[in-house]
Design a protein around this ligand. Structure first.
Ligand code: ADP
Ligand code: ZN
Length: 761
């Protein structure tokens, strides 16, 4: 044990003479958000015995200098008090625990599962607004001393002061201002009473309140169709009790999954419990929120634009039990509902459920764990389930529920595939919209339908290259080609904030004919405007939707028919339910197909299927045009038939021999640093030690790499990555745990451990 480390009780072998020492000492187990990882024991001094509780934050001395640091109390035990090696807790910071016992259990599990220190997990999942008690202020309250009636001092009081004391005694506690008003006095006599010890002061935090959003007009529940009814009946069996079954609701786009969720939630509320609904970040649209607000009165919607104090206020409301339904993105899985009865994860396949910073958790897996700990069911819903969930349903870990038809038996839209390779011979045609797509657009617009176009790249030109010397304009900090944004006349890096003026000639060889090529949404917008000058077009991507509320504004315009053509990135692919959309065009279905990621085909299938699902939701029907250079690719083919099972049946056998999820577990390790050699050297020796460790374990663990990551440099740091794979998740984690610290981390190198990674770049 190093000299500046606080010992933990469980490291100590008790001295024989201490055995019958008093067992009434209290020891607090503390974890830290920064600095040392692990759990450390501190003695609770008598003065803090009553205020100390698990889930509260404390200040404790640390290290040789005993500087004070903040930590979370994660446990309290009684223990011999004689051990002189334990330091004392200095103070307790919270009046009420900010982490409940079940939150502590859940975060402990996360800490083990994601190989992240417990304190870091707690710090990340408890919103800053809650930790800092945002929106609260401290008030000084006056109350009457308990022994005032027997006090000699009180008997000799001037009549004014006696009257004030009587008022205070009838109404306490009060602020000074309130007492002045109630007793019709100034502050002078009150101060006198304080000096005599007859009025005592206490400090208390009060919270400013926020108004609930005004309720939506109530909307009646739909009469369920047969497949919704069947789905609900299956789920009902798991509600209300203590079962933690998982239901995978595989319902095609437009099959009415939301209505099933809401019916299940109604039953949960009727049983006196609460529900959490997780939706992808991007579909936290006003449309979704409105649907839930119109059905449930006591609802909290946790969106990303809440201020710290609003968030804190919601947190308090939720933990008091007065909120019945919480709707939010990923982090809402931690909402402190006291008696949770159900978590619904809509679009469970969505990438935004995985957090890409510490702790790198997946909200689906956290939800499943929370369900197991607190004993309630989970509904995972999607038209395109993740292959992990699908595999669990097929192997009977999850219950599979299918809803194979759309509401009112509306047909799924027919999909035409346009082979872009043959279009390339059409020399007279420029731009991203093929003739067949243009024809379909004209027809749809003529029939007063609306059109959605998907192009999953923002900016104007995605590539700036000099044909004379071959130079490609790249970010100096990242290994990424710059994108031309014409509205700003800038070339931007999409991975960091680097930008420079768009060069009129080659910066290297000064050639005047530098070429801007590749199409992003801005160029598509210009093309649409040129081809359809009388149609109203709106672009939705993260550039045009920067301002809070712009998303809502755009969708409202589209819904009201003020926009004919909506084009954008994947932002427009999810969840939108507009009956007047009669055509969806996918500009380039291959764009994600070649990424070095074993999920590339799955992502492509999901994106095409989801965006195709935005049409044909009304009586006028709808069609889809998919442009691609790989019309025969299984992902494109299956999406064109809306056939999830066909896709899964083709894709799973490809993953199995490699041991890729869902057939095995995976941890991705990233090593990065400003010095390429240092980073690589460290990565090499770490993987070397992992390989050695793997040899000593049951076979089946593979260590691949290190190799330069697909994005080999990011924000000035060189990046190497390695994959550690194996059939047993616990073994994998143990192997990595054991290897950490075996090779000394150079000061300029950082390492990232990503358990169950979803990002491979
Ligand atoms: P999904 O999420 O499965 O794509 P939605 O939940 O968005 O589908 O439902 C599609 C549309 O059908 C919504 O406008 C919804 O209000 C409507 N709807 C749902 N259930 C019914 C029903 N039983 N009868 C009529 N309309 C329904
Ligand atoms: Zn960059």
């Amino acid at each position: 044990m190093s000299a500046n480390q606080q010992p933990t009780l469980f490291d100590l072998t008790p001295d024989p003479w201490q055995v019958d020492a008093a067992m009434d000492g209290l020891v607090a187990r503390i974890v830290f958000a920064q600095g040392a990882e692990g759990i450390f024991d501190y003695r609770v001094p008598d003065a803090l015995r009553t205020s100390m509780q698990t889930g509260k934050r404390v200040r404790v001395p640390w290290g040789r200098t005993n500087r004070f640091v903040e930590g979370y109390c994660v446990g309290i035990s009684s223990a011999p008090v004689h051990d002189g090696r334990l330091k004392n807790v200095e103070s307790v910071l919270d009046a009420q625990p900010i982490a409940s016992p079940s939150m502590l259990q859940l975060t402990q599990w996360m800490s083990e599962h994601y190989l992240t220190a417990w304190g870091r997990v707690l710090e990340a999942v408890i919103p800053a607004g809650v930790r800092h008690q945002a929106g609260t202020r401290e008030v000084i309250l006056l109350s009457v001393a308990s022994d005032w009636s027997s006090s000699e001092e009180a008997k000799k009081l001037p009549s004014k002061q006696a009257a004030i004391l009587q008022v205070a005694s009838d109404n306490s506690p009060l602020t000074q201002k309130q007492l002045c008003l109630a007793a019709k006095c100034t502050s002078g006599p009150i101060q006198a009473l304080r000096r005599k010890g007859l009025l005592i002061t206490t400090k208390e935090r009060v919270q400013s309140t926020w108004d609930q959003e005004s309720p939506e007009p109530e909307s009646a529940a739909h009469e369920l169709n047969a497949s919704q009814q069947a789905a609900l009946e299956t789920i009902e069996r798991g509600l209300g009790g203590d079962s933690h079954e998982v239901y995978l609701l595989h319902g095609v786009t437009g099959s009415g999954k939301t209505e099933v969720y809401m019916r299940a939630i109604e039953q949960v509320i009727a049983a006196g419990r609460q529900a959490i609904v997780l939706v992808p970040e991007i579909s936290l649209t006003p449309q979704t929120c409105r649907r839930f607000r119109a059905r449930f009165r006591t609802i909290a919607v946790l969106h990303s634009h809440l201020s710290d104090s609003e968030r804190h206020w919601h947190w308090q409301q939720i933990s008091s039990g007065s909120i019945h339904v919480v709707v939010g993105a990923r982090s809402a899985v931690f909402a402190p509902t006291p008696r949770l009865g159900l978590i619904v994860i809509d679009e469970e396949h969505d990438a935004s459920f995985k957090q890409d910073s510490v702790p790198r958790y997946h909200a689906r897996d956290v939800a499943l764990q929370r369900a197991a700990l607190e004993k309630f069911p989970v509904i995972l819903g999607s038209a395109t389930p993740s292959l992990e969930s699908w595999h669990h349903a097929r192997t009977q870990t999850f219950h599979l529920i299918k809803m194979g038809v759309r509401i009112r038996d509306l047909p799924l839209p027919p999909v035409d595939i346009v082979d872009l390779r043959t279009m390339a011979f059409d020399k007279k045609r420029r731009g991203s919209i093929s003739r067949p797509l243009e024809q379909q657009m004209r027809q749809a617009l003529k029939d007063k339908g609306q059109v959605i176009l998907l192009l999953n790249r923002r900016g104007y030109s995605t590539h700036i290259q000099c044909p004379a010397c071959g130079m490609v304009l790249r970010c100096p900090e990242c290994d990424i080609a710059l994108t031309h944004h014409r509205d700003l006349e800038q070339a931007l890096c999409h991975y960091c904030d680097f930008h420079r003026p768009a060069p009129p000639r080659c910066p290297d060889c000064q050639f005047e004919g530098i070429r801007y090529s590749g199409s992003g949404t801005q160029k598509l917008e210009a093309e649409v405007q040129a081809r359809f000058p009388s149609s109203r077009c709106l672009r939705m991507d993260s550039d045009s939707m920067k301002r809070h509320g712009s998303h809502e504004l755009a969708l409202t315009k589209f819904r009201n028919g003020e926009v004919d053509i909506l084009l954008g990135t994947q932002m427009i692919a999810k969840g939108l339910d507009f009956p007047n959309v009669t055509l969806v065009g996918v500009i380039n279905a291959d764009s994600a197909l070649h990424l070095p990621d074993f999920r590339a085909a799955e992502r492509t299938f999901q994106l095409i299927t989801q965006v195709a699902g935005r049409t044909g939701r009304g009586d006028r029907g709808g069609r889809v045009v998919v442009q691609t250079c790989q019309p025969d690719h299984p992902a494109v083919q299956a999406a064109a038939r809306h056939d999830y099972e066909q896709f899964a049946a083709g894709e799973l056998p490809q993953r199995e021999p490699q041991g890729y999820p869902p057939f095995g577990h995976m941890v991705r390790i990233i090593v990065r640093g400003p010095d390429e050699k240092n980073a690589l050297q460290y990565a090499d020796s770490w993987m070397e030690s992992l390989r050695k460790g793997a040899l000593a374990r049951p076979a089946g663990i593979r260590v691949l790499g290190p190799a330069p990551a697909p994005i080999a440099r990011l924000r000035g740091l060189f990046r190497f990555h390695a994959l550690v794979q194996g059939p047993d998740a616990d073994q994998l984690r143990q192997l990595i745990r054991d290897s950490v610290g075996q090779v000394k981390l150079p000061t300029d190198v950082q390492s990232v451990i990503d358990v169950d990674p979803t990002d491979m770049l």
